[in-house]
Design a protein around this ligand. Structure first.
Ligand SMILES: *Cc1c(COP(=O)(O)O)cnc(C)c1O
Ligand code: SF4
Length: 458
């Protein structure tokens, strides 16, 4: 049998204004960094080197001002300085991300929102906020290993990242000490790693390890090898993931740091020969973070047979509307990254302005599911306060939309226990908001929710 060649249609990849529904295919390949005063004269080859991206990362407001100059008014820098005073994270932002920010509208820009705090937008913290809200340290049998779920564990291999995100859940350990927080230190150390590996080897039920941090992008190639080989050689380990924000913030590294990318590939191939799965989990939050460079980097990993999945964080003003989330999901899928999870924002110090209500997030989820294949549709997750673990956001036992209190159970992790999640207070009605300011009322709203949940009336 012979088939006629189907007629080829333009796939719209190069159009500046693609037809509705196909925007995800238009990826920036212009020299977008040239609009930043300090990068004006930098050519593509220099800009797209991981050495430049790492060395020129912005780590202070003074440096930010030197790079941006009078592109933004002086008042903006002052706003960031004030914002940092209440933030548990210091700043670190790559030239790549900095250049993708729309500096004509820094206050409204979704990338600026994620990396640079401004005092004028900050809100008071939720009264039920604790520093390590997920109780990762409480479930850690050895420093830097959280064993909460029966068959898998989370290994914090190091405590630095290529960038620092305002909303980091692990602000208790990740990054430099700030005015707000003196951190638990989990640096790379042979002795600490050996204790972690010894614990993993001693637990026959462990089959799956999340290697995170911090961020494995900051490991040396030899350390990637050492870690990968050691885990693969533990008999009962069937699979593990390297978790890194890297592809979203310095995609160039995958293309120009051959030693690192080859180490990753080597571990994946070694795993494949042993019939064990090694994958990369990354963290894109907004479609504007995905450019032509991202596509080139993801193409390289595709050619090397490396699976990449994404875990996003739902953030107000960044991706909490269905159009943006749909574009993110479609664009990730387009560059062969599987959208795995979307996390409701944890309760973290100094970032109440980034959280959304459970209701708002569930509305986004309803409008995302059905857009594309089920395996490219993220599950929306609430990581419950106090260590109940990840729950499908829809699976609450009770959710009072008026008081903003949701109650979850977690039969596998902590049978019989109940866990809370709270909507941001500024999203509630005025009258309820004032009730939250009062400790007695607060108790009452939480007890009411708990009582209804326990009766199974939710
Ligand atoms: C998220 C997480 C895991 C992995 O959970 P998955 O649902 O398999 O992605 C493992 N351990 C801890 C402590 C976690 O927070
Ligand atoms: S890259 Fe990940 S671990 Fe590092 S600051 Fe951002 S969210 Fe936290």
């Amino acid at each position: 049998m012979e088939l006629a060649e189907p007629e080829v249609v333009d796939d719209c990849r190069w159009l500046e204004k693609p037809p509705a529904g196909l925007e995800h295919r238009t990826l920036r390949r212009d020299e977008f960094w040239r609009g930043i005063p300090a990068y004006e004269k930098i050519d593509a080859e220099a800009f797209h080197s991981h050495v430049f991206q790492t060395r020129s990362s912005i780590t202070s407001v003074d440096r930010l001002a030197r790079v941006l100059g009078n592109r933004v008014p002086e008042a903006f820098y002052e706003d960031v300085r004030k914002g940092l005073r209440r933030s548990p994270m210091s700043i670190r932002i790559s030239p790549y991300i900095l250049s993708l920010i729309d500096w004509d509208d820094p206050y409204g820009d979704p990338l600026r929102t994620q990396f640079l705090p401004v005092a004028s937008q900050q809100l008071p913290d939720h009264p039920e906020l604790y520093l390590d809200a997920l109780n990762e340290q409480g479930d850690a049998p050895v420093p830097g290993l959280t064993h909460r779920y029966p068959d898998r564990a989370l290994f914090l291999a190091l405590d630095t990242c290529p960038v620092y995100c305002r909303f980091c859940t692990r602000s208790y350990a990740v990054g430099l000490d700030t005015e707000e927080v003196e951190k638990v230190h989990l640096g790379v150390s042979r002795e600490r790693w050996e204790r972690v590996f010894a614990y993993i080897a001693s637990r026959p039920e462990l089959e799956d390890i999340v290697v995170s941090g911090g961020d494995v992008y900051n490991l040396k190639a030899e350390q990637m090898w050492l870690l990968g080989e050691t885990l693969l050689k533990i008999n009962q380990i069937r699979r593990f993931r390297f978790a890194t924000k890297g592809p979203a913030v310095i995609p160039q590294k995958l293309l120009t740091d051959r030693a690192w990318t080859d180490a990753l590939t080597g571990v994946v191939e070694m795993g494949r020969r042993m019939h064990k799965e090694v994958v990369l989990h990354t963290h894109f939050n907004h479609p504007a973070e995905i450019t032509g460079v991202t596509q080139d980097a993801m193409d390289l990993l595709m050619e090397r047979g490396i699976t990449v999945r994404n875990q996003a964080v739902l953030q107000r003003g960044v991706n909490d509307d269905a159009a943006t989330m749909n574009l993110l999901v479609k664009r990730l899928s387009y560059v062969n990254v599987q959208p795995y999870y979307v996390f409701f924002h944890d309760l973290v110090q100094g970032v109440e302005d980034l959280r959304t209500s459970l209701e708002a997030g569930l509305q986004v989820e309803k409008r995302v599911r059905g857009t594309t294949a089920g395996f490219n549709t993220p599950t929306f997750i609430v990581d419950t306060l106090g260590g109940g673990g990840k729950r499908d956001a829809h699976s609450y036992e009770y959710y009072n939309r008026e008081t903003g209190v949701a109650v979850y159970t977690s039969p596998v992790v902590r049978p019989g226990a109940y866990f809370f999640y709270f909507d941001p207070i500024d999203c509630l009605d005025g009258e309820v908001r004032s009730r939250w300011a009062d400790a007695v009322w607060r108790r009452q709203m939480m007890e009411e929710a708990l009582a209804v949940a326990k009766q199974g009336m939710g």
